[in-house]
Design a binder for this molecule. Structure first.
Ligand SMILES: C[S@@+](CC[C@H](N)C(=O)[O-])C[C@H]1O[C@@H](n2cnc3c(N)ncnc32)[C@H](O)[C@@H]1O
Length: 414
């Protein structure tokens, strides 16, 4: 017999046999994915290495491994329990096959797409940006705690609040009262959570990052736990690795039990449980809009250029899609209340660690600037160039002589 709030070393097939039948509310498992390799990684300072094997004789060997362990999971699940099996493109077809056989295809609930953005070198073919989590239950009475998300900025909330009814032909129409006015239905508090979850991958500096290979984010597990269990329910992870599920269970006041065949994983999980940490995702809290620089002033001065907007860097606004002479070209538009020398200084600093790069400041007001040795050049904005041309033709004061006359002249120094 095993106690809960515990981490046990061993093959989960053996340990699961010691858990009483029908005693568990939720099982999440993230087994090896049939990648055919040994996964290794290390802590940030490199003083501890972790590794586990994901090597199989063939697909039957893997199917057999999963089938035995999933049926051991089924035995301990309560009637209203759920099971979530984490997969990627390597094993999802095998897991689906075994889960259908073990739990019955009628008890398949969802294949959740965990979507994340990830930078990677371009390769032939599509960049992998999701994993799949297969969700099954024992029957249709599984516990469910619905979660509502905010409406998106493009949702016409006024329209969705309008009550609907059926007309004489059974067609869905907006309901009106006797005077023909629109009738508003009950308050709608949000959109039910869908099966595509946009949750950031753990970034290299995340507080909760342990250095264990394939570690999942706590917020992903918290979501699964919150959807399918109540406080004090028992959550089991038979392949607990670094212990993410147990940390999430502890943070959400559930009981937990973790199993892993690797002594290092058990030790790591225990130490994480002593000080459970969740990395807040600012992206999820504040929304993508908070990270998107929309500045009409800047954008109006970049019109006509082929560029990508740079987010979250206060010194630069954009990078040109084409390099010049093999060098990346970064741009910054002079702000309305910014001295030109300050704009140049900010861009110089921002490109310091960008290798062999060129910077262009787009000057938006006429002021003299003493240019010195720098990898940042100053160009007049198109509006300024026009003003200069007009002043030149019709007289007037063209105060700045420091601007290169045209783009090619500014580029020629590089
Ligand atoms: C993909 S990792 C789990 C990662 C985990 N979800 C996390 O967030 O850190 C898979 C884990 O399964 C463990 N494992 C492999 N075979 C096992 C078995 N038969 N019984 C228990 N654990 C096993 C490995 O040692 C590894 O830690």
């Amino acid at each position: 017999m095993v106690n809960d709030n515990n981490v046990i070393l061993g093959d989960c097939l053996e340990v699961l046999r010691d858990i009483p039948p029908e005693s568990v509310n939720l099982i999440y498992l993230d087994p090896p994915f049939f990648t055919g390799r040994r996964h290794r990684s290390a802590t940030r300072n490199g003083d501890k290495q972790y590794a586990f094997d994901d090597v199989w004789i063939d697909s039957d060997d893997y199917l057999n491994f999963l089938a035995k362990r999933l049926s051991a999971c089924k035995r301990i699940m309560k009637k209203d329990a759920s099971i979530f099996v984490h997969c990627d493109h390597n094993n999802v077809q095998f897991a689906r096959q075994v889960l259908d056989l073990t739990f019955g295809s009628d008890n398949f609930q969802s294949d959740i797409v965990w979507f994340y953005k990830r930078w990677s070198n371009a390769k032939r073919g599509l960049l992998q940006q999701h994993q799949t989590i297969l969700f099954y239950s024992m029957d249709c009475s599984f516990k469910w705690r619905p979660m509502l998300l905010d409406y998106s900025a493009t949702t016409n909330i006024d329209q969705i609040l309008q009550k609907r009814t059926r007309d004489m032909r059974g067609k869905s129409v907006y309901a009106t009262d006797v005077t023909g006015n629109i009738v508003y239905g009950k308050e709608k508090r949000g959109v039910p959570l869908g099966d595509v979850w946009d949750i950031p991958f753990l970034n290299p500096k995340a507080k909760e990052r342990t250095g264990f290979p394939t570690q999942k984010p706590v917020i992903l597990l918290e979501r699964i736990i919150n959807l399918t269990t109540d406080e004090d329910d028992l959550v089991v992870d038979p392949f607990c690795g670094s212990g993410t599920t147990l940390v999430a269970a502890k943070l959400t006041k559930r009981r937990y039990l973790g199993i892993d065949i690797l002594p290092d994983a058990v030790a790591l999980t225990k130490s994480r449980l002593d000080n459970p940490v969740r990395t807040e995702s600012a992206l999820m809290r504040d929304g993508i809009e908070a990270y998107t620089n929309h500045d009409p002033w800047v954008e109006s001065h970049l019109v006509g250029l082929s560029y990508s907007r740079i987010q979250r860097n206060s010194g630069m606004d954009a990078i040109l899609k084409e390099s010049i002479g093999g060098k990346n070209v970064f741009l910054r538009v002079q702000r309305e209340n910014e001295a030109l020398s300050q704009t140049v200084f900010l861009l110089e600093n921002a490109i310091k660690n960008k290798g062999d790069a060129i910077g262009f400041v787009i000057a938006t007001h006429d002021e003299p600037l003493v240019m010195r040795e720098s990898n940042v050049r100053v160009l007049r904005s198109p509006a300024m160039q026009l003003n200069h041309t007009l002043a030149h033709h019709f007289g007037g004061d063209v105060s700045s002589s420091s601007f290169p006359r045209k783009f090619s002249e500014a580029v020629s120094g590089f």
